[in-house]
Design a protein around this ligand. Structure first.
Ligand SMILES: [Zn+2]
Ligand SMILES: [Zn+2]
Length: 89
């Protein structure tokens, strides 16, 4: 039996906030400064990453879960999906 991959589950469940390749929100009046879609902090371009699940641009420092390669919001969902996958065993 093929079990649902938690990552696939989350990909399907997550509402896309931005499309892949969309540009991050630019801080008005500031060059090369962008705001994090989660904490609204202003970051340099290289400090923010786009989440492949929801498309949000988030800062590496506060809002990025490197283990899941997802933003904090989506990594919460991945955790849940993983837990429920285990419970089905
Ligand atoms: Zn942030
Ligand atoms: Zn996300």
């Amino acid at each position: 039996m093929v079990r649902d991959d938690p990552f696939q589950k989350v990909l399907k469940a997550v509402k896309r906030v931005r499309e892949p390749g969309d540009r991050p929100e630019e801080e008005v009046g500031a060059m090369d400064r962008y705001s994090c879609d989660l904490c609204q902090g202003i970051r340099e371009r290289e400090e923010i990453v786009q989440c492949g699940f929801c498309g949000r641009w988030v800062c590496r420092k506060n809002c990025w879960e490197g283990d899941f390669k997802a933003c904090d919001s989506c990594s919460g969902l991945i955790m849940l999906a993983k837990t429920s996958a285990k419970e089905e065993e």
